[in-house]
Write a protein that binds this ligand. Structure first.
Ligand code: NAD
Ligand code: IPM
Ligand code: MN
Length: 353
């Protein structure tokens, strides 16, 4: 099993190092994996002049799975748009056809008090956000900033084809079938034609999944409902941009954005695995970032791409134990707990594998 490792920028190298330690520990226990390192994002711009170099494309295409830290940072914000680190990330998602982004928001009971919401609102939280990842306003054309009648005008295009909507809906219905059989599709059909089509197609696809209860919600209400009563949701399915925003919101229900892993999958479960958070430039290089989202992303990789449920559960079990023992990084710290740095948290997971 070939795994491409892309550390990226900011806290990327710090958090990916901890996930790699965990994978290497499983390898010395007999897991047959090969790790190969590559460049994506700002570090790739610095080394190779582009955020998604050909060598990385080849590495990722040849690998069975990719694990990624995060990309981006203020030092790259002035670069021309095609050279931005984020373009590299969008490029690799598109190149590998990773249209299905699974973002589980799961509250570890030990972290019920770490959330900014009351524990009784979030206790037992277990929702799955299925975010479409290769379409929508992220990729729609035309896009740009232009001079029109003496002033600058910025524009992007929100666009989805029915094939794109149908295939992500099938992923979401399938996931709901393996969970509590409830799917909420999130759109803005009261204003946007693109999402009217979204609602129509999801409703049509639902005919093939009569055992799953489908509901629809407008995105502004969904944002509010996630905070009011998040446990009303089982699986949520939505487009690229709404999914980006709602998943950051959902992460805080679990205590910290540093806890949320993700899988980005193609039709054959080849995948890229990364925490949902970014490169956190404000804390980079300080050994304080929470590596658990990245370590849990490695677990998702073993489950989804390699079908190694027990190895995945072993990692998740170790994370649970570490939390139960009271170990916390700064983002989930509460008085009375034992505060650890990034590398020490990685070490604690290793010790409990
Ligand atoms: P961010 O997710 O990097 O950080 C938001 C806040 O959360 C910060 O205060 C940060 O310190 C904190 N945080 C994030 N991850 C953490 C962790 N593991 N442990 C503890 N705290 C953590 O979002 P941002 O600041 O808006 O973006 C910073 C850069 O990252 C930008 O360049 C952005 O484009 C990029 N970005 C990349 C990805 C990705 O690579 N997938 C995702 C989001 C943002
Ligand atoms: C994410 C990030 C990316 C996105 C950016 C960095 C391109 O926010 O993975 O959630 O918007 O998809
Ligand atoms: Mn995001």
């Amino acid at each position: 099993m070939k795994i491409a490792v892309l550390a990226g920028d900011g806290i990327g190298p710090e958090i990916i190092a901890q996930a790699v330690r965990v994978l290497e520990a499983l390898r010395s226990d007999g897991l047959k994996i090969e790790l190969e390192w590559g460049l994506l994002g700002g570090c790739a711009v610095e080394a190779a002049g582009e955020p998604f170099p050909e060598a990385t494309r080849k590495l990722a295409t040849d690998a069975d799975a990719v694990i990624l830290g995060a990309v981006g940072g203020p030092q790259y914000d002035a670069l021309p748009r095609p050279l931005r680190p984020e373009r590299g990330l969008l490029g690799i998602r598109k190149a590998l056809n990773l249209f299905a982004n699974l973002r589980p928001a799961l509250l570890y009971p030990e972290l019920a008090n770490a959330s900014t919401l009351k524990p009784e609102i979030v206790a037992g939280l277990d929702i799955l956000i299925v975010r479409e990842l290769t379409g929508d306003i992220y990729f729609g054309e035309p896009r740009g900033i232009e001079q029109r009648e003496g002033q600058r005008v910025g524009f992007n295009t929100m666009v989805y084809s029915e094939a794109e909507i149908d295939r992500i809906a099938r992923v979401a219905f399938g996931a709901a079938r393996r969970r509590n059989r409830r799917l909420c599709s999130v759109d803005k059909m009261n204003v946007l034609e693109c999402t009217q089509l979204w609602r129509d197609v999801v409703t049509e696809t639902a005919e093939e999944y009569p055992d799953v209860e489908l509901s629809h919600m407008l995105v502004d209400n969904a944002a509010m409902q996630l905070i009011r009563d998040p446990r009303q949701f089982d699986v949520m399915v939505t487009g690229n941009m709404f999914g980006d925003i709602l998943s950051d919101e959902a992460s805080m229900l679990t205590g910290s954005i540093g806890m949320l892993p993700s899988a980005s999958l193609d039709e054959n479960n080849k995948g890229l695995y990364e925490p949902i958070h970014g490169s956190a430039p404000d804390i980079a290089g300080k050994n304080v970032a929470n590596p658990l989202a990245t370590i849990l992303s490695a677990a998702m990789m073993l489950r989804y791409t390699f079908d190694l449920e027990s190895a995945a559960a072993r990692i998740e079990g170790a994370v649970k134990k570490v939390l139960a023992e009271g170990y916390r990084t700064a983002d989930i710290y509460e008085p009375g707990m034992k505060k650890l740095g990034t590398a020490e948290m990685g070490g604690a997971v290793l010790a409990n594998l």
